[in-house]
Design a protein around this ligand. Structure first.
Ligand code: DHB
Ligand code: FE
Length: 280
């Protein structure tokens, strides 16, 4: 049977893709951020997952404001990065696993979640930057992926509780997949940030640290929060924290925190990097 081995979190901002391309790993601005990744990569090298379910948000690339699904699952044989790219060279496509994707889709629709199913899907920095951070030098081509897109750009956004429950449904779907596969779930985006409006540049370290603490042992702490609570506490784009909650729902009961790194700011954003190991 398939099994979720653990969860990862990471910021996904496009400037990271540029910094990777320019090899800025030792640059004083970037070093404290990039130093958060080697322990996570060591864990991945040990565990060797077969599939990554990447919970991310599309920022206007594959879906625009005219058609904006709440949830969309990829079911394509491959996914190409079509982000604006800052002039970065084209990167190799990400591998899909349509049979596994359709199993997830069938299972969560059976549990009454309404999805858009995508047999073609372009991905942006929300997906491609985390994949490049955790599997550097294009080694991500060795692992299959399922992009799970959640709307964080056009209100109304799905509530923290609904995202957590979608995560739980994804967890049950993985557990019922008949092939032996090790699955890692990535919650991308966050932590606090706001890119526009009067609060542009807003960061809330105290709330971020609460998020990183509670996501480990008490994720249900956030289930009574509304999207407006999240926007107030984490900024308009900090609502991306619902992607972390979806990941945590998929991991289920108890998890062990193996690694964590918090760094502010990169670009306009608080970056939280975590490795959570799922219980056997
Ligand atoms: C930034 C943050 C994001 O979440 C994003 O999608 C794009 C840019 C930033 O802080 O630069
Ligand atoms: Fe974003």
């Amino acid at each position: 049977m398939a099994r979720i081995v653990g969860g990862l979190t990471t910021s996904h901002i496009p400037a990271i893709g540029n910094a990777i391309h320019k090899n800025l790993f030792e640059d004083p601005y970037w070093k404290p951020f990039f130093d958060g990744y080697p322990p996570a990569r060591e864990w991945l090298a040990e565990v060797k997952p077969d599939i990554a379910i990447v919970i991310y948000n599309d920022h206007g690339l594959n879906f625009f404001l005219d058609k904006q699904p709440t949830f969309a699952f990829g079911a394509a044989p491959q996914y190409t990065n079509e982000d604006e790219g800052w002039g970065i060279p084209v990167i190799p496509p990400f591998k899909g696993d349509p049979a596994f994707s359709w199993h997830l889709i069938n299972s969560v629709v059976h549990e009454d979640f309404d999805l858009v199913t995508c047999q073609e899907m372009a991905v942006d920095h929300g997906f491609s930057v985390p994949m490049q951070l955790y599997w550097p030098n294009f080694s991500y081509t060795d692992i299959a992926t399922v992009p799970v897109m959640i709307n964080t750009v056009q209100h109304p956004l799905p509530s923290p509780a609904r995202c957590y429950r979608l995560g739980q449904a994804i967890g049950r779907a993985v557990a019922s997949y008949p092939e032996d596969k090790k699955v890692v779930v990535i919650g991308t985006g966050g932590l606090s940030h706001q890119l526009d409006g009067q609060r542009a540049g807003f960061i809330n370290k105290e709330f971020d640290l609460t998020c990183m603490e509670k996501i480990v042992d008490d994720p249900e702490y956030f289930l009574d929060y509304s999207i407006h609570d999240l926007v107030r506490l984490a900024g308009a784009q900090g609502a991306e924290f619902i992607l972390w909650l979806t990941m945590r729902g998929a991991l289920g009961g108890k998890v062990k925190q193996l690694h964590s790194n918090y760094h502010i700011p990169i670009s306009n954003t608080a970056a939280g990097t975590m490795v959570l190991e799922a219980a056997e």
